[in-house]
Design a protein. Sequence first.
Length: 58
Amino acid sequence: MQGSGGKTLYHHTGEQKIDVTAFEQFQGSYEMRGYTFRKEQFVCSFDADGHFLHLSMR
């Protein structure tokens, strides 16, 4: 993948451990909260069937 300025960008695609801190059920969806191995906070949403909806990183 080419980034701005012609630099080649590489993305890590290997497995990494996460820390899940909460798993909540809402009306029609689920939400999983936690931290990446780099201590970045995330929230991941799924529909009632378990299909991915949204990922938010902070």
